[in-house]
Every structure is written in structure tokens, then in C-alpha cells.
Design a protein around this ligand. Structure first.
Ligand code: FES
Ligand code: FES
Length: 247
């Protein structure tokens, strides 16, 4: 494991003890650097003692919601049609509250930085990235997650369309895509223009939605599997349904 450098050998000819693994099985700093030069840092980092040491040092569930503490504050939300009273740390994001505290893991954490859309939920009917939302800011709000879209055994039309059009592969982005698509259709119906809307001064619903409109309006939701043709097909189909049947 240890590579010795001839000029670091002490005068008595024995190996320098600082280059050997410590009794606890952990590398010394000098040995780490020596080994890294010989095998590459990645090889050293992959070694079992170092991995175990790193795992021990990392705080378990660094992003996890902290249990209620003296600084917790009350928060009331309606989530998927049910009222909930929670005690939350004021720093808790809506995403962590849903996933960790309310056991609703359908909403996914991708980037945790507002860049992928995996965490999209509907707040009072509008789509937001829940990883960027402080839960406390939404006291009293109506939250809809992917778990709340279906009506009993009947899938929401957008869920059914994603299945029909193969709008997913691994499925990690899918709950965010579906919530985003539902919110997006509402925005278009309310006349909100997008970057590719030809006439931004027109009033009334933006319809029918072209594929370019759908792609642009859904561009905040990234799919690493590249299931975009199916996603656009699913959204297009639902966008053409009568409003009542896709509510
Ligand atoms: Fe929220 Fe990526 S996890 S945008
Ligand atoms: Fe895999 Fe979108 S289906 S990331």
C-alpha cells in the first residue's frame, strides 16, 4: 500500500514510520500524498479504510429535516386535500418537509438548487421548485404533490398520458414533469406568454400549444434519460383535451 521514497528513509535504513498506516488502519497524511502520487488520488480515495473514515466523518442525512427543537415554529398546510399542522425548523425547505417530515417521497430531490425541476409541486395551483421554497413562506397554502393528482384509482389525465406516450424511462424526473405540466397548462390557459409566444400582447388562452411552446414552457424540467419526445407527446395530448376533463 505504501510507496516509499528513497530520500525519506531514515538513517537507520528502516521505513519512516510516518509513511505507514496508523494503528487504527488510517493513512497518515504523508502516506496519502505518497500513495496519491503513485496511483492517483482517486485510487487512494477508493481504498476501504479511507472510505470508512469518510463515511464516519460525514453527518448522517446532512440534508435531512431536523427533529422539532425549541426553535421550531408551527405551520399549517393543506396537502393533497388534507389539513396538516406541523412544527418546523424555520430553515426547512418545502421539499424536505414533504419528503422527510410528511413522508411524501413522490416529490424528488435532484439538484436541490432550482436547476432540474424534479422537486416541482403545485402551490395554490401554481408550479414551484419546492427545493427553493422555505416551508414557512407557505403557511396556509394548498399544496398538491404527485401523490395528490390521481382521484382514487383513477389517474390524472397527465399521468395516464405519460404512460401512454412513454414519457419516462427511469422515472426520477417524472413526478416533477407531471406536476409542472399540469401547472403549465393552467398558465397557458390564463394567457401567460412564453419566450416563444409569437404575439405577447394577445389576451386569452395561449392555445393550441405548439410543440415549441410545450418545450419552452417545460424547459425548467430536465430529464437525464432524454424522454423528451414522449413528454411533449403526453403534454400535447392533454393540452388538446377539453378543460373540464383535464382539471
Ligand atoms: Fe429542486 Fe432540482 S431538486 S430544482
Ligand atoms: Fe429518467 Fe427523466 S425519466 S430522468
Amino acid at each position: 500500500m505504501t510507496s516509499l521514497l528513497s530520500d525519506e528513509r531514515p538513517a537507520d535504513g528502516l521505513p519512516d514510520p510516518t509513511l505507514l498506516p496508523s494503528p487504527a488502519g488510517q493513512l497518515t497524511r504523508r502516506a496519502f500524498i505518497a500513495e496519491g502520487g503513485a496511483t492517483g488520488i482517486a485510487g487512494v480515495l477508493a481504498s476501504a479504510p479511507m472510505a470508512a473514515s469518510a463515511a464516519a466523518a460525514a453527518p448522517a442525512g446532512a440534508n435531512a429535516v431536523q427533529p422539532p427543537s425549541s426553535s421550531s415554529v408551527p405551520l399549517a398546510l393543506r396537502v393533497n386535500g388534507k389539513s396538516h399542522a406541523q412544527q418546523v425548523d424555520p430553515r426547512t425547505t418545502l421539499l424536505d418537509l414533504l419528503r422527510e417530515q410528511m413522508t411524501l417521497p413522490g416529490t424528488k430531490k435532484g439538484c436541490d438548487h432550482g436547476q432540474c425541476g424534479a422537486c416541482t409541486v403545485l402551490i395554490n395551483g401554481r408550479r414551484i421548485n419546492s427545493c427553493l421554497a422555505l416551508a414557512l413562506s407557505y403557511d396556509g397554502a394548498e399544496v398538491t404533490t404527485i401523490e395528490g393528482l390521481a382521484r382514487g384509482d383513477e389517474l390524472h389525465p397527465m399521468q395516464a398520458a405519460f404512460i401512454k406516450h412513454d414519457g419516462f424511462q427511469c422515472g426520477y424526473c417524472t413526478s416533477g414533469q407531471i406536476c409542472s405540466a399540469v401547472g403549465m397548462l393552467r398558465e397557458a390557459e390564463q394567457g401567460a406568454p412564453s419566450h416563444v409566444t409569437a404575439d405577447v400582447r394577445r389576451t386569452g388562452p395561449v392555445a393550441p400549444l405548439s410543440d415549441a411552446e410545450i418545450r419552452e414552457r417545460m424547459s425548467g424540467n430536465i430529464c437525464r434519460c432524454g424522454a423528451y419526445p414522449g413528454i411533449v407527446g403526453a403534454v400535447r395530448e392533454v393540452s388538446l383535451m377539453p378543460r373540464r376533463s383535464r382539471a
